[in-house]
Design a protein around this ligand. Structure first.
Ligand code: AMP
Ligand code: TRP
Length: 332
């Protein structure tokens, strides 16, 4: 059996260069080696308040972005989470094997939810269990994600192991795939924080749908470190972040890049970085806008049909192993 990968992103706010360099870029690479499923996780989006109309539009836009970065619908399955009811069904079963204390430890929840616990949805607390259901439903081998998802992957593995032990062998235990370079692209405004969709400062992220002027302006305003040297150096996180973006977009080695910028200043680095980013974004954005509604509908319909078929046997097995799925009917 070919090994399988599964990953997804939320159709909330705007995707940024961190999402691309940390995750989507690797999906495109891996799709030729693995049987691949890429999901627009719209149920996850509702863990924070959403305008339903905007969410529906963003869901389609994100599917267009998957296609435009290079996910090939002939090779990979692209679908919308809510089109496959098995995700929510398995999430309930997994809820019943997850402990409160496990979810209480999730750093993402601590950052996002704990501050205002009174007004936070149960969905936000439970978010990692739905994510585990997404992954386990497809007997996934590998999950390509950015570094911020590592803890959620550990929980997914723990839940799979526990379920298999308590109810019988049901799920494959997946491994994370976190790239060596680019797993945590930092904010342009504050290199101690990751580039984040929910950052209030618009200058902190380059959005995948930003125009050329915005890209130039944001790089120009990006904070730098003291000193003038252009080198990869963990002690100088702002410049290292800019160089990492440059490295991933140009596919040059750190040595080549340091040599190239050896006698140049920060202004030069920023201008060149804007150029290579715009060279990447311009054709990408043309592809986003070039996909027709009909084409997109056809891809998402066949994607969800295939995903439903792949999910069914695992959901059936999980239910049967828990004494559900008709296993209570006499004679079965
Ligand atoms: P999300 O925006 O939360 O739906 O994330 C989609 C994917 O992008 C996930 O695999 C994240 O781990 C990844 N990601 C998000 N922010 C960053 C970042 N700053 N650097 C690298 N990867 C990221
Ligand atoms: N939690 C992920 C994020 O915020 C999105 C996600 C949901 C996901 N389900 C998934 C990623 C399954 C990988 C696999 O980025």
């Amino acid at each position: 059996m070919p090994k399988r990968i599964f990953s997804g992103a939320q159709p909330t706010n705007q995707l940024h260069l961190g999402n691309y360099l940390g995750a989507l870029r690797n999906w495109v690479e891996l799709q030729h080696e693995y049987e691949s499923l890429f999901c627009v996780v719209n149920l996850h989006a509702h863990t924070i308040q959403q305008d339903p109309k905007v969410l529906a539009e963003k869901t389609r836009e994100l599917a267009r972005i998957y296609l435009a970065v290079g996910i090939d619908p002939q090779v990979s399955t692209i679908f919308v989470q809510s089109d496959v009811p098995a995700h929510a069904e398995l999430a309930w079963l997994l809820n019943c094997v997850t402990r409160m204390s496990e979810l209480d430890r999730m750093t993402q929840f601590k950052e996002k939810g704990r501050k205002q616990r009174e007004n936070t949805s149960v969905g936000l607390f439970d978010y990692p269990v739905l994510m585990a259901a997404d992954i386990l439903l497809y007997q996934t081998d590998l999950v390509p994600v950015g570094e911020d998802q590592k803890q959620h992957l550990e929980l997914t593995r723990d839940l799979a192991i526990r379920f298999n032990r308590d109810f019988g062998e049901t799920f494959r235990v997946p491994d994370p795939f976190i790239p060596k370079v680019g797993a945590r692209i930092m904010s342009l405004h504050d290199p101690t924080k990751k580039m984040s969709k929910s950052d209030e400062n618009p200058n902190s992220s380059i959005l995948l749908l930003d125009d050329a002027d915005a890209v130039r302006r944001k790089f120009k305003r990006a904070v730098t470190d003291s000193g003038t040297e252009i080198r990869f150096d963990p002690a100088r996180p702002a410049i290292t972040n800019l160089l990492t973006i440059y490295q991933l977009l140009t596919k040059q080695t750190p040595e080549e890049i340091e040599a190239h910028f050896a006698d140049k200043g920060y202004g030069h680095l920023k201008a060149e970085l804007a150029d290579v980013t715009i060279d990447f974004l311009t054709p990408f954005q043309a592809r986003v806008h070039g996909i027709s509604d009909e084409e997109l509908d056809a891809i998402l319909n066949s994607g969800s049909e295939r995903a439903r078929a792949l999910a069914r046997p695992t959901l059936d097995a999980a239910q049967a192993h828990m004494g559900l799925h008709g296993s209570h009917i006499a004679g079965r």
